[in-house]
Design a protein around this ligand. Sequence first.
Ligand code: NAP
Ligand code: BGC
Ligand code: ZN
Length: 358
Amino acid sequence: MHAIGIERGKTGPRLLELPRPEPAPGEALVRTLRVGVDGTDHEVVEGGHGGFPAGEDHLVLGHEAVGVVVEPNDTDLAAGDVVAPTVRRPPPDGSNTYFERGEADMASPEAILERGIDGAHGFMSEYFTSPEEYLVSVPAELAALGFLLEPLSVSEKALELAAAARSTVTWGPDTALVLGNGSLGLLTAAMLADEATVYCLGRTDRPHASIDLLEALGATYVDSRETPVPEFAAAHEPVELVYEATGHAKHAFECIDALAPGGVAALLGVPGDWTFEVNGGRLHRELVMGNRALVGSVNSGPRHFRAAVDRLRTLPDGFVDDYVTDVVPYESFERAFADGDGGTVIKTAVEFDTHEER
Ligand code: NAP
Ligand code: BGC
Ligand code: ZN
């Protein structure tokens, strides 16, 4: 079968020829429909995040997948079921209490593998196998968009953690600042748009589809070159929620000044090392005296995927059509990883097969 992956010592994603995987007991064989590409995939391709499976010279990419069960084997799934896989798997030396509790998303990075990212092959191949416990049922009518469930689930979890940090008080959020007009930031802006006044910060010149998309949601685009995060509150208003999806490490600290008292910031970006000065005393004081909170959030579990199924049905009208700017046949995978002209505008999926074909 064909797969898209990276190889040790070579640059960029490549088309690989690999044997079709054999499902082990308790695993289903899944025919892949579509796999989304996000900023993390670019970081993996560039070598800044994740790594190869132990002892192997290639890594199959892709962690935002949807497929159709072709061989249920001894699982309770049925042939034809549409499923989306979660990302985290136990390390080869066995499970741990996080997996046993179904909370692998809360485990430390040393205690897990991530398919398509860190130490385990991903889903960007014609077929993949998975234990049933890591496959979430997707209604057949959502098959074409099921690759959005993983990123939606990431935000479902982060927003859940943010709300949990405010669970003792009345909290909206009625106002939100999303940092980053990339694939995750825009999806989250859409999740928030019906309930909150949403601002979204980027550094993109107009005209751009991402800004049109934000404005169609009723959100306000904030250009960080004109209004950097420390000046946001004075230029607009302090917000109850910040959702950081730039991976720009200074934002994790600067966003405290954008928060209203009682506000919470969820940090999603995964930056590399960067040493810079902050006025730690002032930021500490602002957190304490303003009852503000910072919460980091990574990955998601089956519960968040199920919430994402409901969310996918209720995103603002027309959003998804404008958000998914390209669906690329897998043979043209290079286009899915290209930036600039001819590359990804907002969100690209790599297509292996269509649901209707069988
Ligand atoms: P993306 O598509 O690359 O989006 C990042 C966006 O932030 C880009 O539009 C980028 O603009 C913008 N940006 C970066 N620095 C900025 C700055 N200083 N001012 C204004 N805008 C800035 O990536 P993504 O898929 O949306 O993911 C966003 C981040 O979240 C990444 O770090 C990714 O690794 C992380 N992530 C984390 C999780 C998790 O579970 N925690 C899940 C998914 C993704 P340019 O295009 O100009 O660079
Ligand atoms: C994925 C998560 C993963 C995180 C860190 C994100 O892009 O969506 O599932 O845990 O990267 O590797
Ligand atoms: Zn991702």
